[in-house]
Design a protein around this ligand. Structure first.
Ligand code: SIN
Ligand code: MN
Length: 292
C-alpha cells in the first residue's frame, strides 16, 4: 500500500495519518480473540497497572501469537511505512496496550524517539509508530492525544518518570506542553485525538508528542502499537531487555493482503515462554562491523 502525495504532505505537516476502519471487523476479531490468552500469562512481557492485575502493556506478541505475527507482516501496515522511508524496516517494538475499562491508567506526555535515543542508541528518528485499535475508541475510553506538528521540534527535553505509573517513561514537562499546544492552535486544534471503530490505524512520527488519559469508562481500549525502524537505523545498544527493544534487524517480509484471514505460516519462537537471552541487558555499544 502506497501513500498519496496529499497524505505525504499531511504527514509531514501534522506528524500523523489516521485511517478509520483500515482493517475489517472480521480481520480485527482474529487479533482481539488472541488477547485474553496473552494477557493471562504470568511472564515478564506483561506489565500490569500499578497495584492492579489489569495488563497495561504486553510486549512482543508477534513472537508469541500467530495472529499478531501475521499482523506484524501485514502489507496494509508495513507498506505505507516503507513507502515513506523508501527503505525496508524491522520491528523495533511490539506492544498491546490494555487501557482496560475502569483500570487503564494515564500515559504521560512524551515522545517515543526520546526513549529510543536515550536507552537504545537509535541513531535517528527514522522509525514509525503504528497504532491499531482492537476496540472502538471514543472520547470516553482514554483516546490517544497528539499535539499536531510537535514532531518538527525534534527531540525535546524530557525527564525519566519512574513513579507516576507502573512503566518508566521519559516525559515532557507541563510548561513545554503548554507552549507546544499554543503553537499548534491552542484550544483550536492544539490537541487532537483520532477516534473510530476497532480496526482503525494511525501512523505517527516518532517525535510526535502524545499522551492519553485514564479509562474511567466501562469500555476497554485495547490497541496494538508497532514501532517499525528503518533497517539502517537499527539500535546500537541492548540496555533494555529484548522483549522490549527487539534485536533482530532482519527486514520485515510482507505477507499477502488476506494474511489475517488465512493461516499463512509464521514463526512464533517465544510461544512457550521467553528465552533467557530476551531478559539479558548490556551497556556495550554495538560495533557496526558485527551487524554489517
Ligand atoms: C504509548 O504512547 O506508548 C501508549 C499510549 C496509549 O496507549 O495511550
Ligand atoms: Mn508512546
Amino acid at each position: 500500500m502506497k501513500l498519496t502525495p496529499e497524505q505525504r504532505s499531511q504527514f509531514d505537516r501534522d506528524g500523523y495519518l489516521f485511517f478509520p476502519g483500515h482493517f475489517t471487523p472480521e480481520e480485527t476479531r482474529t487479533l482481539t480473540e488472541a488477547v485474553p490468552d496473552l494477557y493471562s500469562r504470568r511472564e515478564a512481557f506483561n506489565v500490569r497497572e500499578k497495584g492492579k492485575d489489569a495488563v497495561r502493556t504486553n510486549f512482543a506478541a508477534h513472537l508469541i501469537s500467530e495472529p499478531f505475527a501475521r499482523l506484524a507482516r501485514h502489507p496494509r501496515m508495513v507498506g505505507p511505512v516503507t513507502d515513506l522511508f523508501e527503505e525496508e524496516v524491522y520491528m523495533h517494538q511490539f506492544k498491546i496496550n490494555g487501557k482496560m475499562a475502569f483500570e487503564g491508567d494515564v500515559w504521560q506526555w512524551h515522545q517515543d524517539y526520546g526513549t529510543w535515543l536515550n536507552d537504545d542508541l537509535m541513531p535517528t528518528e527514522r522509525a514509525m509508530n503504528v497504532a491499531i485499535f482492537l476496540d472502538d475508541v471514543s472520547e470516553y475510553n482514554g483516546p490517544l492525544m497528539f499535539i499536531p506538528g510537535s514532531h518538527k521540534k525534534g527531540v525535546v527535553d524530557a525527564k525519566h518518570d519512574l513513579t507516576t505509573t507502573s512503566y518508566p517513561l521519559w516525559t515532557v514537562d507541563h510548561d513545554l506542553i503548554r507552549q507546544l499546544v499554543d503553537r499548534a492552535g491552542g484550544k483550536d486544534g492544539g490537541i487532537v485525538s483520532p477516534k473510530g471503530p476497532a480496526g482503525s490505524m494511525i501512523l505517527f512520527h516518532s517525535c510526535l508528542v502524545h499522551a492519553s488519559g485514564s479509562n474511567l469508562s466501562p469500555f476497554n481500549r485495547v490497541a496494538v502499537y508497532l514501532s517499525l525502524c528503518a533497517v539502517s537505523n537499527h539500535i546500537r545498544r541492548f540496555k533494555r531487555p529484548e522483549f522490549i527493544a527487539q534485536r533482530d534487524f532482519t527486514p520485515i517480509a510482507m505477507l499477502p493482503d488476506d494474511c489475517l484471514l488465512k493461516p499463512y505460516p509464521v514463526d512464533t519462537p517465544w510461544q512457550h515462554g521467553l528465552p533467557e537471552s530476551a531478559l539479558q541487558t548490556s551497556l556495550d555499544v554495538i560495533d557496526e562491523a558485527t551487524t554489517a
